[in-house]
Design a protein around this ligand. Sequence first.
Ligand code: FAD
Ligand code: DHB
Length: 390
Amino acid sequence: MHTQVAIIGAGPAGLALSHLLARQGIESVVLEHRDRAYVEGRVRAGVLEQGTVDLLHELGVGERMAREGLVHRGFHLQFAGERHRVDMHELTGGGAITVYGQQEVVKDLIAARLRQNGPIRFEVSDVALHGLDGERPAVRFRQGGEAHELTCDYIAGCDGFHGVSRSSIPAGALRTYQKIYPFAWLGILAHAAPASDELIYAYHERGFALQSMRSPTVSRLYVQCPLDDRIEDWSDDRIWSELHARLDLADGPPINDGPIFERGITAFRSFVVEPMQFGRLFLAGDAAHTVPPTGAKGMNLAIADVRVLGAALAARYHEGRDDLLQAYSATCLRRVWRAEHFSWSMTSMLHRFPDDDGFQHQLQLAHLRYTVSSRAAAASLAENYIGLAP
Ligand code: FAD
Ligand code: DHB
């Protein structure tokens, strides 16, 4: 088997890249080690920057998102018993974000790609990358008990943080930057109407909490928890009582409870490798970098990377230029580091740190008070939240 670009991983990065390449007449094969139902059911991000929304429309997969996605022009910061609205729209001269589940994006990308007969191979195992520093790399894998080899011109490593692509690069060729945080998020989906129709990011003495949503009848809620908590440690009653304690205000309607139908714990990690390339392997999305979820940047960065990679591969195939491919890593890393800083800053402002003796708490309150009282500080937050232009 041969293709022009072998894509490892059918997450947002790999799937969007397969569409970008197809629109340029470039062949690709997507290799995914889970089955389709698993990939489509994996509940994760929910906030799309305008650049992500625009790209999905350009790819012709934005129709359901336009119908079901919720456009938000502001969000709330809550602390010291008060809720403050950050008017993103006004502060950024018209910016907004769209709330639409990552797994809905993934479903739309898969359905459209299969309609075009684009090859996505689910349930492949033992993926191994070969010949990365030569002219003709290859991917070996197993599927249905058989061994296969796919030769290609380039490999896109879109297989997430735990994938095989990054670890196929010789150790000395990459520099790694990493920060681990001393807490996690417990996230739920519940059949409950969101009490606020905009997101609420809350800093509370008991820890961070976030009210988000997926539809007018489904709430998405997160609560900061200790790093080593297991999901079994959290009964439904305990989850709701923490959410109420951290999100309800004395003088407003409480958040709404309802049956919980999805739950999971997410660890926090800031991680970047440089460069995002080795020979003919290009890393994109979580395979190259992760951010803590507080700034809602992970999926947006994954999509921004493949927009750059798709354009660079098109220049290579159609104009015989490889300058954009050579610049790929540096181009992406400028946005990546901006998002790393923003995600770290939001995380630091909004979470309780277990080893804090009170000093950090006072700094956090000062940061929050400044953010909601200075137009310049609020505009900076809003500008980062809606995302950089492509
Ligand atoms: P992934 O989505 O991880 O996809 C990688 C794919 O590769 C997977 O399908 C995997 O099965 C496959 N794979 C792995 N190994 C192999 C292998 N060896 N062979 C073949 N296939 C393989 N981001 C935001 O932008 N906004 C948010 O609001 C947000 N909230 C989040 C909330 C939570 C709870 C979590 C967990 C994440 C959140 N993120 C958010 C981050 C976002 O989900 C990720 O950044 C995003 O999924 C990255 O996309 P990706 O395509 O790079 O990787
Ligand atoms: C959601 C997730 C986030 O990480 C975030 O910052 C905001 C919203 C969500 O899942 O809706």
